[in-house]
Ligand binder design. Sequence first.
Ligand code: NAD
Ligand code: WQD
Length: 338
Amino acid sequence: MKILVTGGAGYIGSHACVVLAARGHEVVVVDNHSNSSPQVLTRIAQLTGAPVVASTVDLRDAVGLARLFAEHRFEAVMHFAALKVVADSIARPQEYESNNVGGTASLLAAMKQASVSRLVFSSSAAVYDATASIQVGEDAPLGAGHPYGQSKLSCEHLIAQQANETADFHAVNLRYFNPVGAHPSGLLGEDPHGTPTNLMPYVSQVAVGQRARLPIFGDDYATPDGTGVRDYLHVMDLARAHADALDFLVRERRSLTANLGTGQGVSVLELVQAFERVSGRAVPYDIVARRAGDVAALYADPSLAQRVLGWRAELDLEAMCRDAWHWQSRNPQGYATS
Ligand code: NAD
Ligand code: WQD
């Protein structure tokens, strides 16, 4: 199938491109490179053995997007492109609204115009009211605590509206929990700009010697060791779920919203210890104040994805840490290394 991958040069989209190509799909990437290096496209080509067809277009550029849809006959779209840093969204809410919601609206209009009827959307656990439950199923209370999460919820609503208004248009919203890890080759991985805000890239950068110490945001939560508990899942498992979601759309011709996680809670200290074990490096840390907006524990009930998509996470915490370390140690400066 010919698939448009928005944000395909980003962390998760790049891994999805490789998995989709391995499943026999043809991918076309659209990315404005606001948070990615074009170098990623060369790495994807190295892994797939074929050049990547890619276009540098902002999704809000309706003319650029229409040109792309006229050039190719897409049979599906995977929509990864978005801004994703919670703290930035609090500082610059309009930018998140414009980029994430505006970008999605523009994409949906282009899909409608070109009669493309299958969409897989990168949603997030950030759409849930994290203060309401610890293990969340898809019917848990919604209510994002920040503009980033609200932008994801608004996108889900726009998508639902298009599904209601357009016969044959179907979408799968995948609500990811905490994606981590890297392609096992060490050629693709997470390469945040500036200081990482997420745990795993921070840990990797400490292990590789780029940062001195990891700040752990609180050890007085009501969790077994006092540190925050989350549901980390390997980016390769996550990428595979996208190919499974596409198969679902073809097979069942209906829309779906599903959580993607392992269903297992892992604490900050457990992750740090697993990383030290697999890397053989020390990860010195300081316990600092809690981070505003954090909850003690949040993890997925991923049983719907298992039942309906036939997907379950297969790679464990060791594999997540091993592959994150492989990527970081081979590319200490991320894609800038090459
Ligand atoms: P990323 O920043 O690495 O990738 C996003 C890509 O989209 C980047 O290459 C960026 O340049 C591009 N982009 C952004 N806005 C664009 C626009 N207007 N037009 C064209 N390209 C644009 O992020 P990621 O971690 O790969 O996340 C992918 C998706 O998954 C996002 O939608 C994100 O909200 C969602 N998600 C991520 C996480 C996570 O922890 N990484 C968790 C849940 C959901
Ligand atoms: C994990 C744990 C921190 C950094 C965020 C978004 C969510 C989704 C995934 C996009 C927490 C602790 C972290 C550090 C630490 N993204 N921590 N020191 O907050 O669960 O989720 O990313 O959709 O929407 O909110 O992930 O990796 O930031 O934090 O102690 O330097 O690690 O307190 O317990 P989070 P995270």
